[in-house]
Structures are given as structure tokens and as C-alpha cells.
Design a protein around this ligand. Sequence first.
Ligand code: SF4
Length: 112
Amino acid sequence: MTSNMNSKKSRRRFLRDAVTIGAGLPIVGLLGSIPIAIADDASHLSEDDPTAKALKYVHDASASEVRSDTTAFCDNCLHYPGAAESEWGDCALFPGKLVNAKGWCSAWVKKP
Ligand code: SF4
């Protein structure tokens, strides 16, 4: 085998490997985003959480059937230390879980 033939084979192999790797990158990207999405959802408080249910928590305050103060939202609640511009934030009543900034529950207390 000549050196020229080896060079062509090597170039062909390089191109084949580059195409294979390039084709696989979007899949790797997709797979990489799935655990993040799952982890993100897992940190959100579920409306089905027993404590959330007991406190009538809802992600969308306007959907609440028991909320009487239409200005009451998680993001203006005393128990919500999160930034007002965040969609989800911590709540002192639900450690380790995030509540929706536009959510509400019956433990709402106006932030001073
Ligand atoms: Fe939202 Fe306040 Fe209830 Fe927490 S205590 S879920 S911040 S309304």
C-alpha cells in the first residue's frame, strides 16, 4: 500500500467519523436537556402535594375558587423571598419546592 493510499483512507475515515459525530450531536443535546427538564419540574410544588391541597395552593391564583383578594399572589406574599421577575420562587412553607410567582394559597400574608 502506498503512502498516498494510506492518506486517502485516513482522510475518508476522518470524514466518516466527522459526519457520524456531527449527526449524533443533536441527539446528545436532546438527551442532555431531558434530565434538566425533569429536575426542573421535580422542584416545582405540585398542586397535588397534601400540604398544598390543604392550603388550597394553585399555580394560577386567578383560577382559585376561594381567593377573595384579587391582588394576592405568591410574589407579593411574606413567605416568598424570591425576586418579583422570577416565574418560580421559594416559599417558606414549602422548603425545597418552588411555587409559581402568580400562584396563591390560603396562608398568603401581604409582604410589608
Ligand atoms: Fe404562595 Fe405565600 Fe402560599 Fe407560599 S405561603 S404558596 S408564597 S401564597
